[in-house]
Design a protein around this ligand. Sequence first.
Ligand SMILES: Nc1ncnc2c1ncn2[C@@H]1O[C@H](COP(=O)(O)OP(=O)(O)OP(=O)(O)O)[C@@H](O)[C@H]1O
Ligand SMILES: [Mg+2]
Length: 390
Amino acid sequence: MISEIKDLIKSTVNPVSGKPESEENRVKDIFESEGDIVIKYDREGLSPSQKRVFEDNILSSVKDKVPADKISFSSISKDSGDVYKSLKSSDDDGPKKETSKPVENATLNVGHGKPAPKKEVPNVKKVIAVASGKGGVGKSTVSVNLALSLKKLNKKVGLLDADIYGPSLPILLGKRDEKPKANDQKKIIPLEAHGLRFMSFGLFIKEGEPVIWRGPMLGGVLNQFLFDVDWGELDYLIIDLPPGTGDVQLSMIQSVSVDGSIIVSTPQDVALLDAIKGFNMFTQVKTPVLGMVENMSSFICSECGASHDIFGNGGVKTEVEKLETNLLGQVPLDIKLRKGSDEGKPYMAFNFDEGDEVSKSYMAIAKNVDKILFESKKDKKGFFGKFFGK
Ligand SMILES: Nc1ncnc2c1ncn2[C@@H]1O[C@H](COP(=O)(O)OP(=O)(O)OP(=O)(O)O)[C@@H](O)[C@H]1O
Ligand SMILES: [Mg+2]
């Protein structure tokens, strides 16, 4: 089989030089791994779009022998090494869990998109996706602090960083140097931070290394994070999405049943316009929207005590009324929230104080989410009637 593939790709043309593979010898290795064929090649001098053409050429040369979804590519270059190589073990043995013992380093299978049917994540009661139309409005900050607030309500919570292009949870949770392990069933063991389980693509790549993938490959990794991570028993799995309405959102919606999404927005018009697109995307694909969170909603000056509406006022409240959804809460702009995130010491784990505005707002969001999700089961015509067919 391997030698037949080798013969077939000899005529594959390098899009830069126009020369066939038989002259270029870019392909360094072809091997089988867990039923897939892995083709390892030298990507030196190829731009991302040329890599894509090169890989597509290979796929079409071998298509009569092997279907595209059975082929994975691993590209190597002189300076950065192999992006998809197995992970080096860290000095730390990682979090200890009673149920699954680490036996080997976890690896990611980056394939050419294996469409999977929509599934439930085993042992996870509710899956929540945190989304926004626009970048930088606070999705990751909301995901982490909402997770910690749900934990304060005695819930078991996991966090999945689905922002493949700009993963930030390892930094926000203070675990940027840790590497995940796999157990004896080859399941990835989530890391633990501040009482939360979490998994992030950022734990598998070097910081600062760009991720240049197309849609179907993202789907493969997302599936692995949802179904090949040993999440254990959870009340909530919170998925921190990248901004916008792109490939990752679509892959997620196609592969997992999401119980509810939360749209984060700042009160300003530009962010709101994009937030509405996010809202409409979820409703179009029949994924319930739990409501919106207005982040950076006001700034209370510690010097003069006055409240300043830096990004405007009331924008999200007006919008949720128009969209007939819920305002889950309004989180003030607070420098301690930003500092806590940068230092890996999230606010609700390190600065929680029942009386302060940030803590109150997050606890209110957690209670609203919990109430909506569990009440909706009892009363499908209540808050959620709109999405469950009244
Ligand atoms: N309420 C807040 N008060 C102060 N700073 C905040 C607040 N919310 C978020 N931030 C800060 O704003 C910045 C962007 O937040 P965050 O990374 O959570 O946004 P994001 O929507 O996840 O961004 P991206 O789209 O890049 O994933 C961070 O520096 C964060 O610490
Ligand atoms: Mg983010």
